[in-house]
Design a protein around this ligand. Structure first.
Ligand SMILES: [Zn+2]
Length: 273
């Protein structure tokens, strides 16, 4: 004879063990705030994360505003996705308003929550204003002295696989609007592309140097080049703007779910070389 109290306890433990452990997804809307540039090359002193680098070719949109809108859309799509809920995915934003955060401060939020995914959202610009394509950035093994930080990312294989997945899904989602998925790629060395990224991309280094984030994949996504008039037209045009943002958010949620479903995170920190 099982006592009702024992039965109640049994049911409690069974139902609670069936709930998936939560997987914290930290989404970082790049830039924010009004801090002025303070170096001649346009980057900032110290550990700052710059104000708003890229400007759209049309409409006068600032990167910092778009990164926040896209990040909020991703968090919303994550919360609405039954698949993401089943996987315990929970979105957290590093900022909710037009606020200046340091690169280290952004990484610290991922560390604090022991994130499984740390994704920094940006929009690109180029000196020719003609470049296009979705870009993923990671701390790569190809670049040992990674952006002033002397370490080799022991998780580069994991980060690259995740970045490839996100970049491919986002580029494919934007193809119907006018994006060219053949121009999409993952880059491990920020010197090869987007030198202006210096401050924003340093966030990745701080996240990767922290041994607490050993279960996370860490990347920075440049959705598209907003200073290219051709891209800007469909990415920010009044007819397609909302649809493009929703398509990107849905693609990122799919990529995150694909990753969580197949990922076996390390059980302890790997040694940095
Ligand atoms: Zn940026």
């Amino acid at each position: 004879m099982i006592s009702p109290r024992f039965l109640a306890l049994l049911i409690f433990f069974l139902t609670h063990s069936l709930v998936a452990a939560s997987a914290i997804i930290v989404i970082d809307p790049g830039h924010g705030g009004e801090r002025e540039k303070d170096r001649s090359d346009g980057s900032q002193k110290g550990h700052g994360s710059s104000w708003n680098n890229a400007h759209s070719a049309t409409g006068g949109y600032l990167e910092k505003k778009l990164t926040l809108e896209y990040s909020q859309e991703i968090a919303k799509a994550l919360a609405a996705s039954p698949r993401a809920q089943k996987l315990g995915a929970k979105g957290i934003l590093t900022r909710h308003s037009d606020q200046q955060l340091s690169a280290m401060g952004r990484a610290a939020i991922a560390v604090e929550h022991r994130a499984r995914v740390f994704l920094s959202i940006h929009f690109n610009g180029s000196s020719s204003h003609r470049a296009e394509g979705t870009r993923g950035y990671i701390c790569s093994e190809d670049h040992p002295h990674w952006e002033y930080m002397h370490f080799i990312n022991p998780y580069a294989d994991r980060d690259r696989a995740f970045s490839d997945l996100v970049v491919k899904k986002v580029a494919n989602a934007l193809q119907p609007f006018g994006a060219d998925p053949t121009k999409a790629k993952t880059i491990g060395d920020s010197k090869h592309d987007g030198g202006h990224l210096k401050d924003g991309i340093r966030t990745l280094g701080f996240a990767r140097q922290d041994t607490h984030l050993y279960q996370a994949v860490v990347m920075l996504l440049e959705v598209e080049f907003i200073d290219n008039p051709k891209i800007s037209q469909w990415l920010l045009g009044p007819e397609t703007r909302d649809k493009a943002r929703q398509a990107v958010a849905a693609a990122i949620v799919t990529a995150i779910c694909d990753h969580l479903e197949h990922d076996t995170p390390p059980t302890q920190p790997r040694k940095s070389r």
